[in-house]
Design a binder for this molecule. Structure first.
Ligand code: SF4
Length: 466
């Protein structure tokens, strides 16, 4: 709250002449006041009356001024009908009648037709935010021919599971990020980003399995002597890789400890726990493929046989690991995770979680092409590598009631269902992208699932519609 004084130039100069004894005070500020008076026609002096905790008293300068000059006190009532900001102007204009108040609208340089359209658009957005209009994300009909043709090129693109999941969760977010390619400016950090840590751990595990398969060492059901040999192999690989990265900050020190062992105690490390998990019985499955790529990663590669299609959509990805049972012709897909949660049954059934279903589909195709035989998807596994978590190890992801005892046949059926869902939803998502359908997220729990991590919250205006 402010208290304001207004002195007209007339009074100012009158005072200056009449009260000569104060000339020295005024002369100091004369030039300043004169400038202000010329520009603004009057001088405003303000001071706060109070803040949240205490009341203020006017400064001695204000008090002296008060005694010396003729002034007029202004209160908030003097400003009631004035407009100070664009939003106030918009509020004022929105109350006018577009037909009857044309003169007033002209005075504030508003085009009534444009204004009417803007009001209609906002009304649609607020009252029916998920209706199919160009202002609620269904942009195709309002695009130029050139933009339509650009959008149609999206059909030829190659999609990763995470891109498709992005579209599934929020088409508008996909539009901002992947079509408009808006970028977020992020502060540089010295910390080892989670994806860097992830790729470090992935590369250690990849090299470990590559080494032991070349040396024909089997870890499942191994004895203590072999276990010790494997321990030496995996820690040597990890130490070399970490050393090469030259990681120094304190945060990275902690990450290093997690990988190699807290205070040098290997038994309390991610890698040791991994070896323990791997040395359990494998029930006839052997790790066969690591970092298995599908789709084309190199754009210059023109080899059509490398393409992986879901319907008519090209997809690509890299599967951490595929274990195979060559006796039963079954396979398991494994995805190493250092963070995050297991996908929910609902998200799997609704085609929102697509990574593991797509990996099951792609693995089946690749294995069958290579081994020339039919293979069934026995499991999709999240392999948690979180050291601090009691859940370290393999967790099967499926859509069945987990409380029941599940047979391998049950799991195969569930996985086949997931493959079917991914074959239905992926082409549907890409068709929607080409048709310019980029509505805001319609997920039931969108705030927790996607909005709270979203960089585009300030531009999508989801807050207006919720
Ligand atoms: S904040 Fe939510 S609705 Fe808005 S773009 Fe992001 S995910 Fe979509």
């Amino acid at each position: 709250m402010s208290f304001q004084l207004v002195i007209s130039p007339k009074y100012f100069f009158q005072v200056l002449i009449k009260k000569d004894e104060y000339r020295h005070i005024l002369e100091e500020r004369y030039h300043f006041y004169q400038t202000l008076c010329c520009v603004k026609k009057c001088l405003y002096l303000t001071f706060p009356q109070k803040d949240e905790k205490k009341e203020y008293t006017p400064s001695t300068f204000i008090n002296d001024f008060n005694r010396l000059f003729i002034f007029k006190e202004k209160t908030s009532a003097d400003y009631e009908n004035l407009i100070y900001s664009k939003s106030e102007l918009l509020r004022y204009v929105s109350k006018l009648d577009l037909e009857k108040d044309k003169t007033e609208l002209d005075q504030v340089s508003f085009n009534p037709e444009l204004l009417k359209r803007d009001i209609e658009i906002d009304k649609t957005r607020l009252e029916n935010p998920f209706s199919e209009t160009s202002h609620t994300g269904y942009i195709y009909n309002s695009l130029s021919e050139n933009a339509k043709s650009k959008l149609s090129e999206e059909k030829q693109k190659q999609y990763s599971a995470s891109q498709l999941e992005e579209y599934a969760k929020c088409p508008f977010q996909y539009f901002a990020k992947r079509i408009l390619q808006l970028e977020i400016i992020e502060e540089p950090t010295e910390e080892l980003e989670s994806f860097e840590l992830g790729s470090l751990v992935h590369s250690i595990l990849y090299e470990f399995y590559k080494t032991i398969s070349e040396e024909q060492i089997v870890i499942a059901d191994c004895n203590d002597e072999v276990f010790k040999q494997l321990e030496k192999i995996i820690f040597t690989i990890a130490e070399k890789k970490i050393e090469k990265l030259r990681l120094n900050s304190s945060f990275i020190f902690y990450e290093k400890e997690k990988i190699l062992g807290i205070s040098g105690n290997r038994k309390n490390s991610m890698l040791y726990k991994f070896l323990e998990e791997e040395s359990k019985s494998s029930e006839g499955y052997l790790p066969e493929y690591f970092e298995l790529e599908f789709g084309q990663f190199n754009k210059s590669q023109k080899d059509e046989t490398q393409e992986m299609l879901v319907g008519d959509v090209k997809v690509r990805g890299k599967i951490d690991r595929v274990d195979i049972n060559k006796t039963s012709n079954h396979f398991k897909v494994l995805d190493y995770k250092l963070g995050g949660k297991k996908p929910t049954v609902k998200d799997l059934l609704n085609g929102i979680s697509l990574q593991l279903p797509l990996y099951l589909y792609a693995s089946k195709k690749l294995i069958e092409a290579e081994l020339n035989s039919n293979y069934d998807p026995a499991a999709a596994i999240i392999y948690s590598l979180k050291l601090n978590n009691n859940d370290f190890g393999k967790k099967s992801v499926h859509t069945l009631n987990a409380r029941k005892k599940l047979s391998e046949d049950d799991l195969i059926k569930s996985n086949e269902e997931l493959i079917k869902i991914c074959n239905e939803v992926i082409p549907a998502y890409v068709n929607k992208i080409v048709e310019g359908k980029f509505n805001l997220s319609q997920l039931e729990d969108r705030e927790n699932k996607v909005c709270r991590f979203c960089d585009f919250k300030s531009i999508c205006r989801i807050q207006d519609v919720t």
